[in-house]
Each structure stands twice: as structure tokens, then as C-alpha cells.
Design a protein around this ligand. Structure first.
Ligand code: 2M8
Length: 404
């Protein structure tokens, strides 16, 4: 019954070769959404899970980047802003999102082995990670920098407020998101003005170089390190042990750089490359390094996760922002609410570090919350009330995975 309901959401969001996060709010294919969706879909329709990822990588740029949106040609041009005419990049945007794809590819393969699928995507995944390493190391410390809040996937995280303050907001555009979502649950108009300015500046620079927003995000970098470990697993499956060793070394290098640059007093913080300073906001991105099995600082990070700022095990899911911070807002997007993908990732991290009871508590809570809220996009961590879109793709997909 529960599995049937979650599967029905993915069936309803299926476009024929990819899945939309939401029919109303996000009517195209999104990069990291597709990876999470494939992780769930593999249990019900592995061929569709493979198709999902192959479709996304069919839009990979020549420089290796995997675009954050692949626009559906069958959807009206004004259904989402900013659409293809804004980006002027064919059928895609020019930004990226966190690299969770290698993890998804390996999971899909392990559920239903398909060597052709793996061999097709392995060089594309390598090129993707290589793009990040070579074109995005703005700080010169072996960490990837994002050039837009949308690249973090956590758009209006309080960690971006400081760096964003340098950006002059654009005006004269029409937000389409407010046609489908409550204004109190979405980023502010002021945030949107800055997002649009940063995106058009990047576009006008030919999607290269760095502007006013240049940030090393612990979430993005942890996911890259985890993706390199997944790539090692893929290389092993393909009988390439030397390549696998190289990927493991690369993961270790990112983990070391994160610890040297982003770690301070029990937490991983973002670093503003323009000022050279860490941003003193505790957001859920700083918990994602728990994904790394060899993390020396894991006990201290777990203490922060279970302490007053995140209260894991005592609230619904994993709050996206520090419960004790003045900016915490339980209903507004990435400034407090709990998201299923973050909960799913943190649960993996808890399992890596032997926290089985807490991991099981989180699993049960994520499933119960998703089913009760009709697969809400995000939920209030204090009450469990749903916010944002319903029948949301990754919430349904990751529920399927947690039920498997
Ligand atoms: C949200 O971001 C998009 C822009 O990429 C938006 O607000 O329009 C974020 O939650 C992001 O993480 C997610 O991938 C996307 C689609 O679900 O929506």
C-alpha cells in the first residue's frame, strides 16, 4: 500500500524519459533530483531508473558539467522561471547541482546489474567530476566553489545571506514559483532578485569564471568526496582497480581539504572565498560530511547533530538550519524545514558511524512523515506539518528506498 502510493507519485511525475520533481512547481528535469529519484525508482522500475540518468547525462556539456536543469520541450516556455530563453544555452541551464549521480548510478547497477549502463556512464561521471576539480577550485585548496546559491541545492540557506549581500538585485522579472507555492514558504523577492542577477552575470561571462558569489560549501564537497568513493566502486565493478585507487585517493584529498579549511569547533562551515572567511551559520550542509566513513571528526560532528542546534532523534527529520539561530524559520524552504533527501543522506552517515538506533529512528520518521504529508517537499521539523509541493519526486523516491 505505502509502496504503491510512492510508486504512483513517480508514475505521475514521469515524462517518458525523465521525472519532474513536481508537476506544478518544477515541470522539468533537475540534476540532483534525478539522482535521488533513480535511487528510489530502481526498486520498482530499474529500466526507468537507468533511463532517468542516461537522459540527464545526454545533456552534459562538452566541458563536463552536468546542467542543473534539462528543460522539457513539451512544457510551455512560461511554466518555470528562469526558462530556456533566459539561459540561452539550448535545452539546459548553465549552473550545476551537487554531484550525487555516481552514487545513484552504482546503486541502480547493484539492484539490477547492467554492464553497458555502467560502462556508458563511467567516463561521463569522470568528466563531470573533472570539470568540478579543474574549473571550480576558486580558492586553490582542492575544494569546489559554487557560483550561485542554486548550485548548492539549498537555495536560500542562511549561509548564503552574507555572500549574497554583495549582489545588486535584478528587477523586472516575473516569478512563476509564486503561482504554485505560498510566498511564506518560498525565498523572498529580494533573494530572487539576487539569484537572477548572479545567473545573468554568469551567463554573460559565457558560464565561466567567478563573480561576487564564490563559496566553498561543505555539503557540495562532501557529496563530491562520496561520489568519488562511488566512482571507485564503479571502477571496481568494471575491473579497473588502478582507476578505483585513484578515485579513493581523490575522495581522501577532498575530505582532508574540507577538514583543514571548513572544520571549526565541532562543525563544517561554508567558506566565502571572496573574504577568505568561514560563514558562521550551522546549516544541514555541514552535517553531510558524515557520509564519509573515515571521518576522524565524526564523534564531534555527531555531538553537534544530536545537540540543541539540530536535535536529531527529537524532531522530524534533519532541520535545514540551526534550531537556536535567529534566522531559523520552520516553514521557509531551506531556512529551517526538514527535507527528505538530507534526512536520507544523514541516515547513511549515521549508519557509517555505527549509530544504528538513531538511523532507524530517522528512517521510520522520514517514512511516516512522507506518507502523512502526501510526500511533501519539506516539513516543519517541530510539528511535522507539510510545506511546499506535494507528490514531490525525491520524497516519494527516497521513501521507496527506505521501505525496500
Ligand atoms: C529548488 O531549486 C529550484 C532552483 O534550482 C527552484 O527553487 O526553483 C531546490 O530545492 C533544489 O534543491 C531542487 O533541486 C529544485 C527542484 O526540486 O528546487
Amino acid at each position: 500500500m505505502d509502496v504503491t502510493r510512492a510508486t504512483a507519485v513517480l508514475d505521475g511525475n514521469w515524462l517518458g524519459s525523465s521525472t519532474v520533481p513536481s508537476r506544478s512547481l518544477y515541470p522539468h528535469q533537475w540534476s540532483w533530483d534525478s539522482a535521488f529519484i533513480a535511487i528510489g525508482l530502481r526498486h520498482r522500475a530499474p529500466a526507468r531508473a537507468r533511463r532517468e540518468l542516461l537522459t540527464l547525462f545526454s545533456a552534459q556539456w562538452r566541458d563536463g558539467r552536468v546542467p542543473h536543469i534539462l528543460f522539457d520541450p513539451g512544457t510551455p516556455a512560461d511554466a518555470y522561471f528562469p526558462g530556456p530563453s533566459f539561459w540561452r544555452a539550448g535545452r539546459t541551464s548553465g549552473l550545476v547541482q551537487p554531484p550525487v549521480h555516481a552514487r545513484a548510478v552504482l546503486a541502480v547497477h547493484r539492484t539490477e546489474p547492467d554492464r553497458t549502463f555502467l560502462a556508458t556512464l563511467y567516463p561521463k561521471l569522470r568528466a563531470w567530476h573533472e570539470y568540478l576539480r579543474t574549473h571550480r577550485d576558486a580558492g586553490g585548496r582542492g575544494l569546489v566553489a559554487i557560483v550561485h546559491p542554486w548550485e548548492s541545492g539549498m537555495d536560500n540557506s542562511p549561509a548564503w545571506d552574507g555572500p549574497l549581500a554583495r549582489v545588486t538585485p535584478s528587477t523586472g522579472f516575473v516569478r512563476r514559483d509564486l503561482d504554485h507555492g505560498a510566498a511564506a514558504d518560498r525565498p523572498s523577492d529580494d533573494d530572487y532578485g539576487r539569484y537572477v542577477r548572479l545567473a545573468s552575470d554568469y551567463r554573460d561571462r559565457g558560464y565561466t569564471g567567478f563573480g561576487e558569489f564564490v563559496v566553498e560549501d561543505p555539503g557540495f564537497n562532501a557529496l563530491l568526496a562520496d561520489a568519488e568513493l562511488a566512482l571507485a566502486g564503479i571502477a571496481d565493478e568494471l575491473g579497473l582497480p588502478a582507476a578505483a585507487a585513484t578515485h579513493r585517493e581523490s575522495a581522501a584529498r577532498v575530505a582532508k581539504a574540507m577538514q583543514e579549511t571548513l572544520w571549526d569547533d565541532g562543525f563544517f562551515f561554508a567558506r566565502d572565498v571572496r573574504t577568505g572567511r568561514r560563514v558562521p551559520e550551522y546549516t544541514c550542509a555541514g552535517l553531510l560530511p558524515l557520509l564519509l566513513p573515515d571521518l576522524a571528526v565524526a564523534p564531534a560532528l555527531l555531538a553537534t547533530a544530536t545537540g540543541p542546534r539540530f536535535r536529531l532523534g527529537h524532531v522530524h527529520g534533519v532541520p535545514s538550519h540551526d534550531l537556536t539561530a535567529p534566522a531559523f524559520d520552520p516553514g521557509r524552504y531551506w531556512r529551517g524545514p526538514s527535507w527528505a533527501n538530507v534526512g536520507w543522506l544523514v541516515r547513511q552517515g549515521l549508519l557509517h558511524h555505527g549509530e544504528h538506533t538513531l538511523a532507524e529512528h530517522l528512517r521510520a520518521d522520514l517514512v511516516e512523515t512522507a506518507l502523512r504529508t502526501d510526500f511533501a517537499e519539506y516539513v516543519d521539523p517541530l510539528t511535522g506539518a507539510g510545506h511546499g509541493a506535494r507528490s514531490f519526486g525525491w520524497t516519494a523516491a527516497l521513501t521507496l528506498d527506505l521501505l525496500a
